[in-house]
Structures are given as structure tokens and as C-alpha cells.
Design a protein around this ligand. Structure first.
Ligand SMILES: [Fe+2]
Ligand SMILES: [Fe+2]
Length: 239
């Protein structure tokens, strides 16, 4: 059962399909997910009762039996493998594609649409945050979580952590998620919610669609890390 006093994060974990609704309503469920649903609805300017009835319809329809429910049941290594194969691979390839697209669109339309220069700068900041971030997850944090899980299965002690406790890299990754979340919000603001001006070419539209698609994927990606993987890793370490 869900209620309006639950945090957005709790709802997103319990009713995974809610993340689609949250995307549509622009309710932050990944970095800003730690506030009660009532408060999040108020700041998104939507009626909490309305959202609650849509959420209960989703949970009753069984739509929530889709992918994310299963994420709760996955082992941590399986979850990590999913995050890398689905979200890290997509993010890296989209960053490359958007980079090329942005260069082209700014060259053609930058003079008439100066907001594109800000889009270009914000996108560079996003890449500068995400590239080393995913590298650290793949090279340091994720292998450590996998090793912890293996040790637990084999009744071995928790492996040596060069960073003290797993809470330290987790805290750092969450701070970097917040930075990415801030940049995504700024991109949305400067593009007026990715509204494409009337006088532009198809590349402009493709650029905005690609940025919006990347935003959506990052929300899901960060949600899985912040709200499913990291709390489980911290709990595993403390057992
Ligand atoms: Fe990640
Ligand atoms: Fe991450």
C-alpha cells in the first residue's frame, strides 16, 4: 500500500511504473526523491489526490510487475551488470552522438538561438561529471560491492576496503548524481522543456530529443543506484 506521506523514493521502489508517471509530471524521483509525495506534488504544481489515484491504479493494474520490481530481487552483481549493460553503455554512446550533433546544431543555429551555447556548455559539464563518475563506479565501487557479496555467499569476512567503508564512495557517487541532476534541470530550463523553435532544422529537433532521452535514462539509472543498489550495499556491509 502506498500513501501520500511516503517519500517519492519509497513509492518509486515499491511501484516501479510510477517512475513513468513521475517523469511526465516532472517529479524528481532520483536525486530529490527523499521528500514526501505531498511535498513533491506541491512543488511540481500537481494535485496529490490525483497522483495518488493514478498510482493506486498503476499498482492494482499489475503494471508494477514489470522490470523494476525484479530489480529488488536481483543479486547485487546482477543489478550491477544490468546497470552497466543498459545505462552505462547507453550513456557513453549517447554522449558521443550528442557531442557531434550539438557541434553541428550550434554551428548552424547558434547565432539565431544563443541559448544553444548554454546548452553546449551544460552538456560539456554533464559529460565532465559523468565520464569519471562511471569510470569510478566500474573500476572501484562496483567491483567492491561484487566482492562483498561473494564474501557473504562464501561466509568469508568483508574484503579490505581501501576507502574505509563502502559508505564513503557511495556518498561521493550520490553527490555526483546530484551534480548531474542539477545540470539536467538547468538544461530543461534553458531549452524551455526541450521545446523546439519553429524555424529550425531536423538536427535541432534530434538534438533536443536526444538530450531528453538521455535525461530520462539517467533518471532511471540514478534511481537504481541511489534507491536500490547503494542502500543494499550499505546494508550488506553492516551485516
Ligand atoms: Fe552508474
Ligand atoms: Fe552513478
Amino acid at each position: 500500500m502506498i500513501n501520500s506521506e511516503m517519500t517519492v523514493r519509497e513509492v518509486a521502489v515499491r511501484v516501479p511504473e510510477s517512475t513513468r508517471l513521475f517523469e511526465t509530471l516532472k517529479i524528481d524521483y532520483c536525486c530529490g526523491g527523499n521528500r514526501p509525495l505531498t511535498e513533491a506534488c506541491a512543488s511540481a504544481g500537481v494535485q496529490v489526490d490525483n497522483v495518488m489515484s493514478q498510482l493506486s491504479a498503476l499498482s492494482k493494474s499489475g503494471a508494477s510487475d514489470s522490470a523494476t520490481v525484479e530489480f529488488q530481487k536481483l543479486s547485487l552483481s546482477e543489478l550491477i551488470s544490468h546497470i552497466i549493460k543498459t545505462h552505462h553503455v547507453f550513456t557513453k554512446s549517447e554522449m558521443g552522438r550528442i557531442q557531434a550533433l550539438a557541434g553541428k546544431v550550434i554551428g548552424v543555429h547558434g547565432a539565431n538561438h544563443p541559448e544553444l551555447l548554454t546548452v553546449g556548455e551544460l552538456f560539456q559539464q554533464l559529460c565532465a561529471d559523468l565520464n569519471p563518475h562511471m569510470f569510478k563506479e566500474e573500476q572501484i565501487l562496483f567491483p567492491y560491492i561484487i566482492a562483498m557479496e561473494q564474501a557473504e555467499t562464501q561466509n568469508q569476512p568483508v574484503p579490505f576496503a581501501p576507502f574505509g567503508t563502502v559508505k564513503n564512495p557511495v556518498r561521493m557517487m550520490m553527490m555526483e548524481h546530484d551534480t548531474a541532476g542539477d545540470i539536467l534541470r538547468k538544461l530543461r530550463a534553458v531549452t524551455s522543456d526541450y521545446r523546439v523553435p519553429a524555424d529550425v532544422c531536423i538536427s535541432y529537433q534530434t538534438l533536443y530529443q536526444a538530450l531528453e532521452g538521455l535525461e530520462k535514462d539517467l533518471h532511471q539509472h540514478i534511481h537504481l543506484e541511489n534507491n536500490v543498489l547503494f542502500p543494499k550495499a550499505v546494508e550488506l556491509e553492516s551485516r
